[in-house]
Design a protein around this ligand. Structure first.
Ligand code: CO
Length: 135
């Protein structure tokens, strides 16, 4: 069901500093910052030849990554994002399999203007999983 790895997301305390590390030290191509109020984060994407790295810092007082950064002050890997062809079909299949879809189960529009859903880390090897519909 899942397809390509779309991105790996890293939560960071300082987005500008993280973007400088990727652009300067690692020599990567980094997008302009983008605020995603519906997700409570501000992000840049690092464009790699085979995938992307999403760097994200908290946006707003009740950001969903605030607790993660409280536990991981220097930042850390927050989620992985896999591509799916049909996010509603994917959600329904996962529910039949007993996996927990976070929130109300209705896809939100993600950073790439495509529908996304998040899956409970306890059902996926301790890793928060994002699904993004492509195509
Ligand atoms: Co993501």
């Amino acid at each position: 069901m899942i397809g390509r790895l779309n991105h790996v997301a890293i939560a960071v305390p300082d987005l500008a500093a993280a973007a400088r590390i990727y652009a300067g030290v690692l020599g990567a191509r980094v997008s302009a910052p983008q605020s995603l109020p519906a997700h409570g984060v501000r992000v840049v994407f690092v464009e790699l030849p085979n995938t992307k790295i999403e760097l994200m810092e908290p946006l707003g007082a009740d950001s969903p990554i605030a607790a993660f950064l409280a536990r991981n002050a220097a930042g850390g890997i927050h989620h992985v994002c896999y591509e799916v062809d049909d996010i509603i079909a994917a959600r329904d299949r996962l529910r039949r399999e007993g996996a927990r879809v976070l929130g109300d189960g209705e896809p939100k529009i993600g950073a790439h203007d495509r529908p996304v859903l998040f899956l409970h880390p306890k059902d996926f090897c301790g890793t928060l999983v994002e699904l993004e519909q492509v195509g």
